[in-house]
Design a protein around this ligand. Sequence first.
Ligand code: SAM
Length: 243
Amino acid sequence: MRFEIITLFPEVVDHLRVGLLAKALDKEAVEVEALNPREFTHDKHRSVDDSPYGGGSGMVLSPVPMGAALQHLDAKREGPSHKVLLTPQGTRFDQSMAERFASLDALTLICGRYEGFDERIRGMVDEEVSLGDFVLLGGETAATTIIEATARLLPGVLGNAHSAVEESHSTGLLEHPQYTRPATYEGQEVPAVLLSGNHALIARWRRKEALRRTFYRRPDMLATATLTDEDRKLLAELEEERA
Ligand code: SAM
């Protein structure tokens, strides 16, 4: 999959060159290109922004270099790309959006800075996406977060494809607790069932603990999770336990 980032700080891609993503980039399972809209300016100061019409503080990113950067990428790439504007006004990014993006051939992420974008830039994109209800200095950390969450779902990126299937949010529940050696640490024992070697019992325990964790930490997720009759029975028990 190809990721493109339009940013005034193309060095952000360096943050992606670590761990499994660095390996995925090396073996070309993932491709990332960062493009600076300043390359498409023609004035002495290479300006990408200007003061807002109507007055007010801060600077607004001009549609001219942004439009030219998008056209440059479109001409260079073989197929189309899904274009995303990063903005606190967009739809909130989540795991299901990462899954949707992972089915694309190319994703272009447009990072703002300063006071944000000239409104006409919104007309150049397919979708507006926010990382959450807070305001960042720029879209770069949102872009690298989205790339990381999306790329790890692609074939050949994670060592163990199973880890992306069972973890928090991909199942509609938070993940069950995990343990590794030693079996006893400062008097705290690993649950005996995990040492039993009984895979059916371990699977049941994990489901139950995932439900428990979701029930206490993120009860809102239970409204949309796919639940079995046994899950519902356990949730009723948890309700009683809490009452
Ligand atoms: N004045 C803008 C507004 O109220 O919507 C915010 C501008 S912000 C200081 C500069 C840039 O950071 C934005 O254009 C956007 O690209 C990025 N940004 C800030 N918060 C973000 C968020 N929560 N999600 C995604 N991008 C964000």
